[in-house]
Design a protein around this ligand. Structure first.
Ligand code: 5AD
Ligand code: SF4
Length: 439
């Protein structure tokens, strides 16, 4: 009987993409997917460490598998992803969870079959963690769950060193993938039925700078836009420091690039932005938003904001609230600052008490929710084009999809529409979703 695998993925799109590679590698090795965790012969935790919460969740879930491992001694439990890239984390995991068999890093995915083999031969836990990516490995096998949408890596790692962020330490230095590999991958995906791609990088705007001659992100987008059969192009994440007018102009002229700009603001206070090492001011950010709205009037603009960064006073926080009210984002991911060991901000004086951070988060969310609802309400009665992703988790008769502006739309319809573009009339716009009916 075939051995079965189960992968739990935490964190961002980069991890989701890595899990597709892990699934591909396991299937090539002869494993098949397990319907549920308890059926699996190998369980992998692909982890995130961006905030402390993410890490604690993994450690507690791994802890819960102790009994299962005692019942099934041949079960392989592995931990990989960003969390294990942190200094001394492998030792910590071994100490806290001795039932873990494999620990491997974000640059060691391709070694998984070797590690499994060694584990089975030696019956001793295996650890393999490379600090940085030596060279980009092309053509690793991949299994995608959704046939019509795909994630495509364009850069790996990060050179920004925002003072709160652990990513540069766990994902290594930024490396761009050669355009010919990216374009070939997307052409193959389209031939396979993919209509929407999401180009992934920690800072997509700095794509291609190290090539000789350099290739810009704008030029890459132009080439992807020219691929026949592809319908939608998204990208994540942009950095406001490297986002410029030329890129906005290029995007405005490319029909397939979605009119959705995710521009992480992080803070509206110039003092805090500087302490975060973000490399832009609130004035620069405001100008970017204005330029986006000038060239792409239909654009939705979303953001990420951290509250309670060390030294953030009530005034600094009010600067954020004020800018949020002025710029009117379609939506915002809001986070409580979480000190990450090894980052400069974790050592800064004036860490903010949790109660203050929580209260600021509540205030910010309230302000943003009102704005989101007001913006979405303007869509009532309008017809939007939606790519249908699947059924709603709560109700199988309800379909869920996204507009080009990345808004979630819910409407009644049959499953045959999954993967298709449909027109939906918005009847009940809400803060987080737009409810509507098929046209
Ligand atoms: N604490 C809280 N939020 C963080 N982010 C990154 N690092 C931290 C941290 N230490 C947020 C940023 C980023 C998003 C992906 O996560 O807003 O844009
Ligand atoms: Fe993604 Fe960063 Fe979390 Fe890693 S640490 S999974 S790169 S968000």
């Amino acid at each position: 009987m075939d051995k079965k695998y189960y992968i739990l993925t935490f964190g961002c799109q980069a991890n989701e993409r890595d899990s597709e590679t892990l699934a591909g590698i396991l299937q090539k090795t002869g494993y098949v997917p397990a319907a549920e965790l308890f059926d699996a012969d190998i369980i992998l935790f692909n982890t995130c460490c961006i905030r402390e919460k993410a890490e604690n969740k993994v450690l507690s879930q791994v802890g819960e598998l102790k009994e299962l491992k005692a019942e099934k001694p041949d079960l392989i439990i592995g931990i990989c992803g960003c969390m294990v890239q942190q200094e001394k984390m492998a030792e910590k995991i071994h100490r806290r969870a001795p039932h873990v068999d494999l620990i491997f890093g974000t640059h060691n995915l391709d070694q998984l079959p070797e590690l499994i083999k060694k584990l089975e031969e030696t019956k001793t836990p295996q650890t393999q963690i490379l600090a940085d990516l030596q060279e980009i490995k092309e053509d690793l096998p991949t299994v995608r769950e959704v046939p019509f949408k795909a994630r495509v890596n364009i850069t790996y790692g990060c050179n920004n060193f925002c003072t709160y962020c652990i990513v540069p330490y766990v994902r290594g230095r930024e490396k761009s993938r050669e355009p010919q590999y990216i374009l070939k991958e997307i052409k193959d995906l389209v031939a396979d039925g993919v209509v929407e791609v999401m180009l992934l990088g920690q800072n997509v705007n700095s794509y291609g700078k190290t090539f000789d001659p350099p290739v810009t992100f704008a030029h890459l987008l132009e080439q992807v836009n020219a691929i026949e059969g592809l319908k939608r192009i998204r990208y994540l994440t942009s950095h406001p420091r490297d986002f410029n007018v030329d890129l906005i102009k290029t995007i405005s002229g490319l029909a397939k690039v979605c009119p959705h700009f995710h521009l992480p603001l992080q803070s509206g206070s110039n003092k805090i932005l500087q302490k975060m090492n973000r490399g832009y001011t609130r004035e620069h950010y405001r100008e970017l938003v204005e330029t986006v709205r000038e060239y792409v009037p239909s654009a939705s603009i979303t953001t990420d904001i951290i509250v309670g960064f060390p030294g953030e006073t009530d005034e600094d926080f009010q600067d954020t609230i004020e800018l949020v009210k002025e710029l009117r984002f379609d939506s915002a991911f809001t986070f409580i600052y979480s000190a990450r060991t090894g980052t400069p901000a974790a050592k800064m004086k004036d860490q903010i008490p949790l109660a203050v951070k929580k209260s600021r988060l509540q205030q910010l969310m309230q302000v943003q929710n009102e704005i989101s609802l007001a913006i979405n309400s303007q869509l009532e009665g309008q017809v939007v084009e939606v790519l249908v992703d699947g059924c709603s988790k709560k109700d199988q008769a309800i379909l869920e999809g996204r507009t080009a502006t990345n808004k979630t739309v819910l409407f009644a319809g049959s499953k045959e529409l999954i993967g298709k573009f449909v027109d939906v009339e918005i009847t009940d716009p809400q803060t987080w979703v737009l409810k509507g009916k098929l046209k």
